[in-house]
Design a protein around this ligand. Structure first.
Ligand code: DPP
Ligand code: ZN
Length: 843
């Protein structure tokens, strides 16, 4: 397959004015009738071509006259008038055979679609590109009781229903659902007084898991009105939960389709973390109605235009409804864990990629999360008022259009008067910038010197300096803030910033709030880290200082066989007992860097990470924490039990997070005594899972696991947790055997992406298990990726990232991983998706 280049973009040769579709649903032989009004584009004349894939063409007409199109590799072409005309076609498709879960497919007897990015071409012949936007009218014929599509309900009768979506949309936002579904209903009145009927559609038995999602939807609708001035624009908003889904959720106009794991929740079956994730995904998909649907992407290279902005908006929403500092820390953990890792390896690519073979491979942490960081920096640089004016202008100027990053930046330039040429590099330069900082003190003047550089990435070397907003504050050595936060704009390769009029040499707090997605290199004495941990007014940097102390202590254990640093333990002790601090924040401070973080830290320090040694160091540190902080952890555990009925609110969740963080540590030295009690007493999934995880981490969970399986064997989402917990937390020596055993379990329904990801996503996060020196973990993963690729290329390709850091390891492991990757690459009928990924990883 040939790559496609951003530079080759040409507008469509034909526009579409109107689409009418009729679906005669049948599990193995669905007929799709299309009637599409085309109009030649005078600005880009060219042949009439339509995309199509896995379709059986029954007949086609142009203006009522039968035509015989020429079928091509990716669709068809046909002579067409040089004037507006109506194309009609009838095709047959087989939803039941569609296990790739793109296009129209079946999941537990229900029909469902997924069209982003290029799934619509598996439904009918059409210009399946986002810059072709049109209103859709859809008729569904089926005996199933619930028949849904985009837009407003138009008419319905026995065995049919019609839907009318007046807002022009690209084909990737098309959706159809048909099934025996039950509605959880509510309503919302928009700011201008328009009523909207809301429904979450689920399978029988899931009705009790919708209330939280519905509340989140209403909160999102109100928030988007209040903060961005954006009202909803249809009479109905439907959400459907589907069990078989490749991603989290999809923002189809008026008919969002959700992975059931991303919407269904009850206190008994979902954890605090699940509730929070559901809230943010509901918000994300709802916010797409304006940032994605009303204003969409011109081409798939512009994916970050909608995704970066919508992630940024859902992050803002969560900060508003929960805790701002805690959300910022969570997001940075995510960014460093996934995006920095991607940016530092063979899969690095710019926020706006310039070429791809398969677009599905670019729904990445870089496009989404670094894309959101770039918008955060822009917001920080121009300030709140200008940001708000720029967004208003964006919505005014581009409503109904398919846009580019150039359009997006132009509204900021027009509103702020700034030249954003250098800032735009954030969209085209891959790799995480390194910012080295040094300081000097002379005559009451304190100077910070920054040096920036961006490492080489595949296809990119010798990178120019970027615009990097660096939020800085200064403390004195008693911990009093002497200079409040100020945003320095680093634009040169090397730049000084002076602070005058200080009485004594200050302690700097740099990159407050993680004001830019960069790797900060600074030599900070341990006593300054402790000072910042105790006193910084910026909660992010407070946490960051604790994190740095933990990392330093762990690296000393790994490289110098040092004992766990008592000064670190003391600093933690003070923090644990500080009841003025949000328990959720304390829970985050208590959490050690992950195996992934330490792997990266060792690699950055020029060493070869040993997964087993990293696992052992973390265990030793946790044991030391449990021993030295036993009284404090016990007090925290006791003081943060939440009595009464479970509520998924941030305040309660924070207390549970702190108590359960303490529990995990205490379990290291009490042989699981507390965790076993909590497991038996647990009245909600948060408490039950926390206890089970703590037991699994010390290898003492077998009884509880058996109990858990029998309790929850009929709740598929809970069963995913049972699989995931074992693959991700099994002790290193047992992990490969455990995963193999899980794949032989009768409940391992591997064609279901959630179940597959629970086992193999969990396994790939269990670094000491996955990187077993025998290479058995790699071989097992490769076997299953090869197997899944025949059915589901999208999920397979994403899971190949388990091998994405192979070059960081020792020669033996590298050779074993390369073998596994080459074995995948050599499969004769490998999908384009997986082929592109393994080729990039191996390059
Ligand atoms: N467009 C979707 C989302 O990010 C991807 N499935 O919301
Ligand atoms: Zn999105």
């Amino acid at each position: 397959a040939q790559p496609i280049y951003l530079a080759d973009y040409t507008p469509p040769a034909f526009w579409v004015d109107r689409v009418e579709l009729t679906f005669r649903l049948h599990p193995t032989a669905t007929r799709v009738l299309s009637r599409v009004a085309f109009r030649p584009n005078p600005d880009a004349p060219g042949p009439f071509t339509l995309h199509g894939q896995d379709l059986t063409l029954i007949r086609a007409t142009i203006d009522g006259n039968e035509v015989t199109p020429t079928l091509t590799d990716d669709g068809l072409t046909c002579p067409a008038p040089d004037a507006p005309f109506v194309w009609e076609a009838e095709v047959e498709i087989n939803p039941e055979a569609n296990k790739a879960l793109e296009g129209l497919y079946m999941s537990n007897g229900m029909y469902c679609t997924q069209c982003e990015a290029e799934g619509f071409r598996k439904i009918t012949y059409y210009p399946d590109r986002p810059d072709v936007m049109a209103p859709f009218i859809v008729r569904i014929e089926s005996d199933l009781p619930v028949l849904l599509s985009n837009g407003n309900p138009a008419a319905a009768g026995e065995g049919w229903a019609e839907w009318d979506d007046p807002w022009p949309k690209p084909a990737y936002l098309f959706a159809l659902v048909a099934g025996d579904l039950h509605a959880h209903r509510d309503s919302f009145t928009t700011a201008s007084g328009k009523p909207v009927d809301l429904a979450i559609w689920v399978r029988d038995g899931d009705q009790d898991k919708c209330a939280f999602g519905m509340a989140a939807l209403k909160a999102s609708m109100a928030w988007d009105e209040r903060v961005y001035g954006r009202e909803y624009d249809l009479d109905v908003f439907n959400i459907v939960a589907v069990d078989d889904f490749n991603a989290g959720a999809m923002e189809n106009k008026g008919l969002n389709v959700f992975n059931s794991a991303a919407v269904l929740a009850s206190p008994e079956t979902a954890t605090d973390a699940n509730f929070e994730r559901i809230e943010s995904i509901i918000a994300h998909e709802y916010f797409h109605n304006w940032t994605g649907n009303r204003i969409t992407c011109r081409d798939w290279f512009q994916l970050c235009l909608k995704e970066g902005l919508t992630v940024y908006r859902d992050q803002q929403f969560t900060k508003d409804v929960r805790s701002e500092p805690v959300k910022r820390i969570d997001d940075v953990l995510m960014l460093r864990g996934a995006q920095f890792r991607e940016d530092g390896g063979p899969l690095a690519h710019p926020v706006r990629p310039e070429s791809f073979v398969e677009i599905n491979n670019f729904y990445t942490a870089t496009v989404y999360d670094k894309g959101a960081e770039v918008i955060g920096m822009l917001h920080r640089l121009v300030g709140d008022a200008t940001y708000a004016r720029a967004l208003d202008l964006y919505f005014d100027r581009h409503d109904g259009q398919a846009c580019t990053i150039e359009d997006w930046l132009k509204v900021f330039e027009d509103v702020s008067g700034r030249d954003l040429t250098q800032f735009k590099l954030w969209y085209s330069i891959a790799g995480t910038p390194h910012v080295k900082v040094t300081d000097t003190w002379a005559d009451g003047s304190y100077t910070l010197t920054f040096q920036q550089s961006v490492p080489d990435t595949p296809g990119q070397t010798d990178k120019p300096p970027m615009v990097i907003p660096i939020a800085v504050g200064l403390l004195d050595t008693d911990g009093t803030e002497v200079v409040p936060t100020r945003v320095l704009e680093l634009t040169e390769a090397r730049q000084n910033f002076a602070f005058d009029g200080l009485a004594t040499r200050p302690v700097p707090s740099i990159l407050r709030g993680f004001s830019a997605p960069v790797i900060l290199e600074q030599t900070v004495p341990a006593e300054h880290k402790r000072l910042l941990l105790a006193h910084d007014t910026d909660p992010f940097n407070r946490w960051e200082a604790g994190r740095a102390l933990a990392r330093q202590a762990l690296l000393a254990m790994l490289t110098d066989r040092a004992a766990p640093d008592p000064a670190y333990l003391e600093a933690l002790q003070a923090l644990l007992a500080d009841d003025s601090l949000d328990p959720a924040f304390r829970a985050l401070v208590l959490r050690l860097p992950s195996q992934q973080d330490l792997t990266q830290a060792l690699f950055d320090a020029g060493q070869v990470p040993d997964p087993l040694a990293i696992h052992d160091a973390l265990t030793a540190m946790e044991t030391a924490m449990a021993t030295h902080l036993q009284a404090d952890l016990t007090a925290s555990f006791d003081a943060h039990q939440v009595p009464g009925p479970y509520r998924p609110v941030a305040a309660d969740a924070g207390k549970r997070a702190l108590a359960n963080g303490a529990l995990a540590l205490l379990t290291r030295t009490d042989a699981g005594a507390r965790a076993k009690v909590q497991y038996s007493d647990a009245a909600n999934m948060t408490q039950q899972m926390a206890a089970l995880s703590a037991l699994q981490r010390i290898g003492a969970a077998s009884d509880a696991l058996e109990h858990f399986h029998s309790q929850w064997q009929h709740e598929r989402l809970v069963l995913d947790k049972w699989f995931g917990l074992q693959s991700s937390l099994s002790l290193p020596a047992e992990a490969v055997a455990t995963v193999r055993r899980l794949t032989e379990h009768p409940d391992f329904t591997w064609e279901n992406p959630n179940r597959f990801r629970a086992v193999f996503g969990g396994f790939s996060s269990n670094l000491a298990g996955f990187h077993d020196p025998s290479g058995d973990g790699y071989a097992l993963m490769a076997d299953w990726l090869i197997r899944l690729d025949r059915l589901n290329p999208m999920t397979t390709a994403r899971m190949t990232t388990a091998f994405g850091t192979w070059k960081q390891y020792d020669a033996d492991r590298q050779a074993l991983m390369r073998d596994a990757l080459e074995r995948i690459a050599l499969v004769p009928v490998l999908s384009r998706d997986t082929k592109e990924m393994v080729t990039r990883i191996l390059a």
